[in-house]
Write a protein that binds this ligand. Structure first.
Ligand code: G3P
Length: 217
């Protein structure tokens, strides 16, 4: 399972990329708004850090297919591996159908049901982004949603990949990997939490302490 980082914060992206384990950056209008920069500037700055082979996801903000498509072509110019996020709605699916026929890579976002994921796949979306944390927030089971979509995509031989979004903690990431999700997009804080285990911390401290006792040349 690939790990993407779900942020537009330059310091977090720099720090995460140094680990060598991050293959993409996902943004949405809320994430962009937190950085206080113009959308184009934020994407260009991210592109400078991650290089041309990394996927960067940028979202359209129009609500009709014609303008979504226009925006998609503008966003696409910002980076070699730009993925265009398009919200789940009738106009969005119309736009994705057209863009996928023209070879533009898309991600249908704000997906909360298997029915929506089927529509995205049939429109030829490269990715679909189910928001598991937000499903959990309203008393649903986000991981069950991912499992259901995976089962359908596999059974039907659908090429659309799942980029599981709205991940909130390391257990989400573990369960996503077990469910076979293609990608988990994860906030910086969660990536850092994934490193933590008290036995690792204590074990390393003990190794350092014991090393002091080893005679040195
Ligand atoms: O990529 C979408 C994701 O960032 C939403 O996360 O935590 O706002 O539900 P959240």
């Amino acid at each position: 399972m690939k790990i993407f980082i779900d942020t537009a914060n330059i310091n977090d992206i720099k720090s995460a990329f140094e680990l060598g384990i991050i293959e993409g950056v996902t943004t949405n209008p809320t994430i962009i708004s937190k950085e206080g920069k113009k959308f184009e500037d934020a994407i260009k700055e991210i592109a400078e850090i991650v290089g041309e082979d990394t996927y960067i996801f940028g979202e359209v903000v129009s609500l009709d297919a014609e303008n979504m498509i226009k925006e998609a072509y503008e966003i696409k110019k910002l980076h070699k591996n730009m993925i265009i996020k398009i919200p789940m709605c009738k106009e969005g699916i119309k736009a994705v159908s057209k863009l996928s026929k023209d070879g533009v890579k898309t991600c249908v976002t704000l997906c909360f049901s298997a029915a929506q994921a089927i529509l995205a796949a049939n429109a030829g979306a490269t990715y679909v982004a189910p928001f598991l944390g937000r499903v959990d927030d309203i008393g649903g089971n986000g991981i069950h949603l991912i499992q259901e979509i995976m089962e359908i995509f596999e059974m039907q031989g659908m090429d659309t990949q799942i980029v599981a979004a709205s991940t909130r903690h390391p257990l989400h990431v573990i369960e996503l990997a077990k469910a076979g999700a293609h990608v988990a997009t994860v906030p910086y804080k969660t990536i850092m939490q994934m490193f933590e285990h008290p036995l690792t911390t204590n074990g390393l401290a003990q190794f350092m302490k014991d090393w002091e006792k080893v005679p040195k040349a």
